[in-house]
Every structure is written in C-alpha cells, then in structure tokens.
Design a protein around this ligand. Structure first.
Ligand code: MV4
Length: 589
C-alpha cells in the first residue's frame, strides 16, 4: 500500500505522541511542531523532526495556520494530521491544507462545516431520518419564542449555543419565569466563546446517558460503525471516564444506534473517523446531539475492544484506500474503560495544577495501556489542555475492567503535580460506578473529593505536607529478611532552611562569628543521646547527637574535623529546626 512518506502532526501532548507511534508503524516519517513552552516536551522527542512554530500561547503557535503550512512545506510533509482540539475541526484549515497540496487527514471541509453549526446539523439529521432531541432546527431570537416553544414541547427545556457543542452555552430552563435570564446568558456565552449569540432549543431530558457511536467512512462510499462508547461521567461537560460497551446498550440497541450513526455520516458525505454523539433516555430512546468530526480523546476504548488502530484507519482512508473491514467483520470483545488523567485538583474545584513532574512511574501489565504526553521532569504548563495522560484498560467484562483499572491507577505514580488519579480511584470504587448508574451529582460531590484527596495522599511518592515543612518519600527497609515499605517524612527543604538561618545569623551579627562552624538540627524533635563532650576532637561524619522526630531516629554528625565547643543540647531536650547543637571549631594551625 502506498500511503505517505512524511506527515506533519499539528498538535502536542499525548495525542501527538500517539499519532507518531502509528505513523512509525506505518513506516511514515513524522514532523512535530512545538511552541516555545514545549521545547522539552515528549511529543518533540516522539517525532523524527521537530520545528518551532511560535510562542507559548496557542493562538501564536498551534493555531497559526500559515506557520503550520510553511512548516509542512519546509519539512516536505505530504499530509497533516490535526489530532483533536486546536485546528482539528476548522474547515478553513482543512481547505487551506488542500489548497497547499497537503492531504488533510480528516473529513471533507463541507462535513466539518455542517456539523460545526449545531442548527445546520440538526436540520441535516432531521432530513436524513436520524432522530434529534425535540426542539428547533433554527435559531430562536426572542424570549417570546422561547416561552411559546416551552409551552409547546413542555418544560423543562434546554437552551444551547448554535455555534457551540460540548454543552457550551447550555442552560436548563425549568419554567417560564427563568426563560429570559437563561436566554440572555446563553446568548452571552455563545458570543463570548464563538462570537455568535445564536441559540436553539431542545426538550430537556432527565438523567440521560451520553452514548456515542464511532464510525469509519472511506472515499469509496463504505461506512461502518465500531459500536458505542458511554461517556456519561462528566464534569461541567468535560468527559472524565469513558467505557465500551455501554452498560445501557444491548445488541439490538447497538445495531439500531450503529445504523443511525452510519446514516448520519452518509448524509453529510463523511470520510475518515468520526463520532455521532447522542443522548439515551431511560426508555431507550436515542437522540442525535452532535457529530465530532475528528479523532476523539476516548477513541482508545474502541481500539481495545475492536483490535483496530483508528489513527491507522484515518491515514489509510486519507490515502484513498478502501476500508479493509466490512460491518460483519467487526467483532467487539470484552470491556474497556478509559480514565483521563488531568493535572487538576479535585479538592480545589478541579482547578488546573501546573508544575514540574518530579517523579513518574506508569502502570503496565495485562490489559493496561497508557497514552501519555509526559514523563519524569516534564513541565505541565497552564497554557494548554490539562489532560496529561490516559489510562485505558481491557477486561473480559465490566467488573474485570473496573478492577483492572483500580489496579493500574494504584500502580501509577505521578509526583509534583496534583492529578485526577485519586479522584478516579474514589469514583471507580463508588457504588454508583459499580452499579453502572449515571453518577450525576456524585462526580461533583464533596464526599468524592474528600475520598480522592485521601487516596492521592497515600499514593504520592514525593509530596509537600500541608504545612510545607516536610516531604514524604516512600522508602523500603529490610528487617529480619522481610521488606517493609515506609513513608519517611523529610524536612523540606532541609538545607535551604539551614542556609537561610545561617545567612540571618551572619547578616544580623547577633551570634558569634563561628556560624559556619555550627552544627544545627535539620528537624524538630527530641534529643535522645549526646555522643560528644566539650573539647572532644571529632572527625567529619562522627555522630554528635541523636534526635528523634516522627518516631524515627536521626543521627546528627560533624560536618568536618575539629574540636567541640559551645555544646548546647542534652538528652531529653526538645530542639527546633535549625537550632545550634554545637560548634566544631577548626584548630589553629
Ligand atoms: C442535554 C441534556 C439534557 N437534555 N440536552 C450536552 C453536552 C454534553 N456534554 C452534555 N449535554 C447534555 N445535553 C438535553 N436536551 C443533558 C446533558 C448533560 C449530560 C448528558 C449525558 C450525560 C451527562 C451529562 C451531564 C451534563 C449535561
């Protein structure tokens, strides 16, 4: 199969790394692009060549279409893979690639355009016989219309931004009293995010599941579906956990919604991998919500149950190859779950938690896949998506996959930044997840955030204690031929603190001039023993005293050869961090 010899990956982070892996397997050379904030990032190392495309802010780098096209030309790339986010669903960029003689590894610009407008998409689906949530397919431009429609389709209703998607601008309106406020605020949000205040209306469905259908369409009119994904567990319209099959979908429903997905894709002349998002209500009614015209974050769960590589399929489709599989060839095996590992703090309203990854160890073993954009030493910058990695597991059934995920999350060690690791552990052991309920409300609950915090503390390898004075470090200790794992609490940062105190002493001149000769305690504790006396000659490393802190004994040693003077501690005495124990005076020569 002749495909491409070189492809530019117009993205960063885990998805850029993941795309490069497939391209390597296909024997295609990879071109990475990076911003000034991403010089040291993993996706740069994952590619064969890498080019700087601008400053940190995405608007000046990853969204700079001209710069990307110039870079593709400079590198001699033949095609562009956009990943997800950034320019992946920008019809202008898809067209610009074509105009520059580059193959766009994605759907036709026209399909992106239709699906980009939620009202145009609803109109197209209605025409194609794909059920949409009852409501309008045109923009609604007055409160009077909202009131009329509410009375017609029944309260509550949902107001959504026409240019939106992913719940942006979504307002739930319980009844007529709330209509005006909700209408105005949905319009403001549409204007703020998309420079388009247009909104439309849907009936509001109570406690639905988010179920989406993966489809593949080639350039020869073949369209197939790869089953569904259940993405019901979200927070503020951000998906957190995805799984397949959906616990709410049986074989018959799968076939029905799969066919709807194929119809939807066919209706807009789709080509490439794509996803039909929908809502499943309690009665098993399925309604089209929107189509995502890109590879999605959660494509991995579908890969595990189908054995396919969706990025490989995208590349082959873009090269004009016919699909190598027919619908009947698709076998869905077992159950897969993905947890998104965001650098966010669940006990602090899921605020981004940027910083340097101080320590890092990925899970592995049977049925575990990690798609990550970071490693030890990586800097998680606040400029981009907080998603740093995805843990994806495959098991024979849902409970097997759930336990496997808990095992994998337990193995995962990410030090230095707060992540959702603890949150996912708390969620996956919660009854709502075990029982495959929608978990609406549980995700946001204080109870879960507290449990998440407990769990992340017990798993952090190197972390500052709440008072900022201690570091936790897991160490292994062998006692009588048995290994114990212990958590050592180490003063933080011991030497920085000592240096500060010494500087203060020298600068203040309050103490004798022999400050550089002083031995000080690196931690707060109790003196258990004093091994020297005034006037003793000591060698560097010789123990001066033993201080007990946190039930651990710490030997305080001489830092150089000399004579003990100014000995100021005795057994039983309490000492503070940085307190002078004695002076090791240098002998006159
Ligand atoms: C809805 C809805 C109820 N009724 N639309 C849209 C974007 C997606 N992120 C969530 N969206 C919803 N759209 C109507 N007409 C409820 C949601 C919704 C939701 C749906 C499934 C699973 C979890 C959800 C969490 C919040 C909102």
């Amino acid at each position: 199969m002749a495909t491409f010899s070189k492809i530019l990956v117009a993205n960063r982070g885990e998805i850029a790394v993941r795309v490069c892996r497939t391209l390597r397997e296909l024997g295609i050379a990879t071109v990475a692009v990076y911003s000034e904030a991403d010089r040291g990032s993993l996706h740069v190392a994952a590619a064969d060549e890498a080019y700087l495309i601008g400053p940190g802010p995405a608007a000046e780098s990853y969204l700079d279409q001209q710069r990307l096209l110039e870079t593709a030309a400079r590198a001699g790339a033949e095609a562009v893979h956009p990943g997800y986010g950034f320019l992946a669903e920008n019809p202008r960029f898809a067209r610009a690639c074509g105009a520059a003689g580059l193959v766009w590894i994605g759907p036709p610009a026209e399909a992106i355009e239709v699906m980009g407008s939620k009202t145009a998409a609803r109109e197209a689906m209605k025409a194609a016989g794909v059920p949409i949530v009852p409501g309008t397919t045109a923009a609604v431009d007055s409160v009077e219309d909202v009131l009329r429609l509410g009375a017609e389709i029944g309260w509550p209703i949902a107001i959504k931004a026409a240019a939106g998607g992913g719940g942006k601008g979504l307002r739930v309106v319980a009844g007529p009293d709330e209509a005006e406020r909700a209408f105005e605020s949905a319009r403001r949000e549409g204007e703020a995010y998309f420079s388009d205040p247009a909104v439309y209306i849907e009936r509001y469905l109570e406690d639905p599941r988010h179920v989406e259908v993966q489809i593949l369409a080639d350039a020869h009119g073949n369209v197939i579906h790869l089953g569904e994904r259940d993405c019901t567990i979200q927070r503020r319209h951000q998906k957190l956990v995805e799984e397949t099959p959906s616990p709410a979908v049986d074989a018959e429903l799968r076939e029905r919604i799969g066919r709807l997905g194929v119809d939807a894709a066919t209706a807009v002349g789709y080509r490439s991998a794509g996803t039909i998002e929908g809502l499943l209500d309690r009665d098993g009614n399925y309604f089209f919500l929107e189509m995502n015209t890109r590879i999605q974050v959660e494509h991995t769960v579908t890969e595990l149950v189908t054995g396919l590589d969706l990025v490989r399929e995208q590349v082959l489709i873009a090269a004009g190859e016919p699909l190598s599989l027919r619908q009947d060839d698709i076998r869905l095996t077992g159950h897969a779950i993905e947890c998104r590992i965001n650098a966010e703090d669940p006990s602090n309203g899921f605020l981004p938690s940027p910083g340097r990854i101080a320590s890092y160890r990925e899970p592995a073993g049977p049925g575990v896949r990690v798609d990550s954009g970071v490693t030890a030493g990586s800097e998680v910058v606040g400029l981009y998506d907080p998603l740093i990695a995805k843990v994806v597991v495959h098991g024979v059934d849902r409970e097997h996959a759930r336990r496997r995920m808990l095992r994998a999350l337990g193995e995962y060690q990410i030090g230095g930044v707060t992540t959702l690791l603890g949150f996912h552990q708390a969620l996956l052991e919660h009854a709502c997840f075990v029982e495959a309920k929608t978990c609406h409300g549980v995700v946001e609950s204080k109870e879960l955030a507290e449990r998440a915090e407990q769990l992340s503390h017990s798993q952090t390898t190197v972390a500052a204690s709440p008072d900022g004075k201690l570091r936790e470090r897991v160490a292994r200790v062998e006692l009588d031929g048995r290994l114990f794992e212990v958590t050592a609490l180490i003063p933080e940062p011991p030497f920085a603190e000592l240096a500060r105190r010494r500087r203060e002493r020298i600068a203040g001149g309050a103490h004798h001039g022999a400050a550089k000769d002083a031995v000080v305690t690196p931690m707060q504790g109790t003196v258990l023993a004093v091994e020297v006396a005034e006037g003793d000659e000591v060698r560097a490393g010789q123990v001066i005293c033993v201080v007990e802190a946190m039930k651990m004994e710490n030997e305080i040693a001489a830092h150089r050869d000399g004579v003990i003077t100014d000995l100021s501690v005795a057994p039983g005495q309490a000492v503070t961090t940085g307190q002078v124990v004695c002076v090791v005076a240098q002998r006159e020569t």
